[in-house]
Design a protein around this ligand. Structure first.
Ligand SMILES: C[S@@+](CC[C@H](N)C(=O)[O-])C[C@H]1O[C@@H](n2cnc3c(N)ncnc32)[C@H](O)[C@@H]1O
Length: 435
């Protein structure tokens, strides 16, 4: 396909996302089925442009004077991809392209950014979140949010149950991955030029052999804060697809036990092939249909990890459509669940054991507030330095340790953000139960 046709397709797909409230993946898939002539490069190009338009939806709409899909897509070409008017013009001259640029569009595409725009416009976040953005980031809210409105790197965790970081280095370098600046056993693939295809790590042999896993560095650091040791008993209470489960199993060198529980049995089943690939033999799935198996773990665990369901605001770089779908009702529901889950999970911690609470949200309402609420009701738990716990795991580089300490801001819990740490937005806190 030529660029003109791809731009027309991106306008169509974005229309489905915005008007029919479809996630980008399914809108792009539906378009791919209709457009049988489109190849995988075309599909990646179109989805990439749609995602970039969504990442900067407010600022593009402001610059273009319209939030119609056409305006957003044209704006993304200019403001996210850096296309000049001549390049856009020549694409619009091609067959199957949308109609040519209007005079107003031309003028708007070359205008300098409006420095007087509202913070939620310049920062590309929903306006109703203004009080929360103020509370967590203060004067830095726009720059923090802008760092969440760009593409993310792909982070890779080396599965030390199978290989060390050096042995994984060969295949990683051929996949254009570099050593992670934050973690010793990790690599990362810097975000590509916007119109290029994202790296697909799943297709390389090192992945199918279980040498590596795709996992955001923030998620790896949160898992490190469990400081899970060989021989310990660990309960991953919201195991889901198992990202933290696998990371902790590797930390434990296959010794001791990770019990992986999730209220959603289907999500837990998705962990089975990942477990097989990883070679982790010390993971026990605790199915929600077997409540007695879970009950037996009460008061027995050295570590209970709560990777709580959350609004996922920390992952806006990867899922910009979710940013605009988020509503205050959904936030309120997540807060309610988090309050219940952290209390329920705490019953499994043995005296002297640790409770780790983590979210991939940067909202204090889901983070510090939940920890403070829990501690107020559970005086048998005391908060410890989450940065020290992550550093004690031995998994962080010096730079990683410095970023984690900076993320603690002198307090006990840690917040990592794309701007400050180059990770997804992550929060984690460590609480110890009295002996
Ligand atoms: C953030 S996701 C977990 C991601 C996973 N730990 C990982 O690293 O890939 C949150 C998980 O919490 C689960 N969950 C929601 N409510 C729960 C509850 N009451 N008890 C246990 N798990 C729950 C969800 O099914 C979801 O899989």
């Amino acid at each position: 396909m030529r660029d003109g046709g791809r731009i027309a397709a991106a306008i169509d797909v974005l229309g489905d996302v915005l008007n029919r409230h479809q996630p980008v993946k399914s809108a792009a898939r539906d378009w791919g089925k209709r457009a049988r002539y489109a190849g995988s490069k075309d599909r990646a190009w179109v989805s990439g442009l749609v995602l970039d338009a969504l990442r900067k939806k407010n600022s593009i709409a402001h610059a273009m004077g319209s939030d119609e899909p056409r305006a957003l897509v044209l704006g993304a070409l200019s403001f996210a991809w850096g296309w000049d008017i001549m390049k856009i013009d020549s694409a619009m001259d091609e067959e199957h392209a949308p109609s040519k640029l209007t005079l107003e569009e031309r003028e708007r595409l070359v205008m300098a950014p409006d420095v007087t725009a509202e913070p939620w416009v310049s920062g590309d976040y929903p306006d109703w979140m203004e009080p929360m953005m103020d509370r967590v980031f203060g004067e830095e809210k726009v720059v923090e949010a802008q760092a969440m409105a760009v593409r993310a790197d792909v982070d890779i965790r080396v599965n030390t149950l199978k290989v060390d970081a050096e042995k994984a280095g060969g295949p990683m370098r051929s996949a254009n991955a570099e050593s992670s600046p934050l973690l010793k056993n990790a690599y990362h693939i810097p975000a590509r030029d916007p119109s290029e295809r994202e790296a697909s790590l799943e297709s390389i042999p090192a992945y199918s052999k279980g040498w590596v896993e795709v996992q955001d560095a923030g998620s790896q650091i949160a898992a490190a804060a469990s400081n899970a040791k060989p021989g310990e008993q660990v309960l991953d209470f919201c195991a889901g697809g198992g990202g933290k489960t696998l990371a902790m199993a590797a930390m434990m060198e296959g010794k001791g036990q990770v019990h992986a529980y999730d209220i959603d049995g289907r999500r837990l089943s998705a962990l089975i092939p990942r477990l097989k690939r990883s070679g982790a033999h010390n993971v026990q799935l605790v199915h929600p249909k077997e409540p007695e198996a879970l009950e037996a773990l009460k008061g027995q665990m050295d570590v209970v990890f709560v990777d709580a369901p959350c609004t996922g605001t920390g992952t806006w770089r990867r899922r910009p459509d979710a940013k605009w779908r988020l509503k205050d009702k959904q936030l309120a529901k997540r807060i309610e669940e988090q309050t219940e889950i952290i209390a329920a999970a705490s019953a499994f911690v043995k005296p002297g054991g640790r409770l780790v609470y983590a979210t991939c949200s940067f909202l204090m309402e889901e983070d510090e507030d939940r920890v403070a609420g829990f501690l107020a009701e559970h005086p048998e738990f005391a908060e410890e330095s989450a940065a020290d716990a992550a550093i004690a795991s031995g998994l962080l580089t010096d730079e990683g340790a410095a970023k984690v300490k900076a993320g603690a801001k002198g307090g006990k819990s840690v917040r990592l953000t794309p701007r400050k740490a180059g990770t997804d937005g992550f929060f984690f806190a460590v609480m110890r139960k009295a002996r």
